[in-house]
Design a protein around this ligand. Structure first.
Ligand code: 1HE
Length: 272
């Protein structure tokens, strides 16, 4: 097991039995590390199932999560050793299994921050794209080598990656094998933050802490309503926005927080 950051302790119960993940808690934060460093965290079927278990069975009291990778790379993508013997039919089900697991991350109970370093390639980029924010370190690089391997993306990249960087850039990555470095990734929208090498997990934890301090219903609106509204025609989107706004502001927590500001007990918005 890799050393945990300060304040984090290993989870107990079911999530402690997932041998390809290292799962730890600190207060309302959950840290999930892909833990197959010898294979550069290549995602086999067991690991995908274990990720799904985590995000469908979050421990009580968790408000935000971070996913990082143990070892020298975040993730080398699909475990290619499991690919060769699959039939066409099995291939469809395999891809649908990835879709289900990554949907459970994107549309689960809590916001999830990706802590990226080293290779974020193939299915590793698909996993990163399913999270709500991405923090990269300066050594991070992104690729979609599926084109070179004679396959196609199957873990949701064709839907999620163009929404981050545009389909023209994704076409380039897949047709030519183009690799983007950390600063290109930041510029194009693959990451939200770039930090010095080795610091992405700490920064992701810091952001997750801030996220966890929001009202849960506000976070829910951002992670569930916002991406769906973005897919709607404007008139329908605005209507859903009104409903979501009314639900959020009707919650006691919103009333308490607004009252705290009006009574001078809450922080102001200041320049960072
Ligand atoms: C693997 C995998 C893997 C490493 N499946 N075993 N993904 C790719 O095409 C990326 C393939 N991997 C690489 O390009 C490199 O391994 C890395 C750049 C990520 C890392 O390089 P390096 O020099 O640090 O490690 P390595 O020596 O290449 O790999 C260490 C071991 O991990 C080695 O096994 P070993 O038994 O010889 O020690 C590798 O074989 C193994 N390994 N990556 C299986 N991906 C839902 S569809 C998604 C489709 C895709 O993701 S396609 C893209 C797959």
């Amino acid at each position: 097991m890799t050393t945990l950051p300060p304040q984090f302790v290993p989870v107990s119960g079911l999530l402690s039995t997932l041998e390809l993940l290292q799962v730890a808690v600190s207060g309302s934060l959950l840290l999930v590390r892909l833990n197959r460093p010898a294979k550069r965290n290549a995602l086999n079927d067991t690991m995908i199932a274990q990720l799904r278990t985590v995000f469908t069975q979050l421990p009580e009291g968790i408000s935000a999560a971070v996913i990082s990778g143990a070892g020298s790379h975040f993730c080398s993508g699909l475990d290619l050793s499991e690919l060769s013997e699959k039939s066409v039919f099995d291939g469809i089900h395999h891809s649908r299994m990835w879709h289900a697991a990554l949907e459970d991350i994107q549309f689960g109970k809590v916001p999830v921050v990706a802590a990226l370093h080293g290779a974020v390639v193939g299915g590793g980029l698909e996993l990163a794209a399913a999270m709500h924010l991405r923090v990269a370190d300066t050594g991070t690089y992104y690729g979609l080598p599926e084109g070179q391997r004679g396959i196609f993306v199957g873990g949701g990249a064709s839907a999620r990656v163009p929404r981050l960087i545009g389909f023209s850039r994704m076409t380039d990555m897949m047709l030519t094998g183009r690799v983007f470095d950390a600063s290109e990734g930041l510029q194009y929208g693959l990451s939200n933050y770039v930090v010095p090498e080795g610091e992405s997990e700490a920064k992701a934890i810091e952001l997750a802490q801030r996220i966890a301090s929001n009202a849960p219903l506000s976070n829910y609106a951002v992670t569930h309503a916002l991406p769906r509204i973005a897919e709607m025609p404007q008139a329908a989107g605005l209507y859903v926005e009104s409903l979501m706004a009314a639900i959020a502001q009707g919650d006691d927590e919103a009333k308490d927080r607004v009252r705290a500001f009006l009574e001078g007990r809450a922080s102001k918005v200041v320049k960072s």
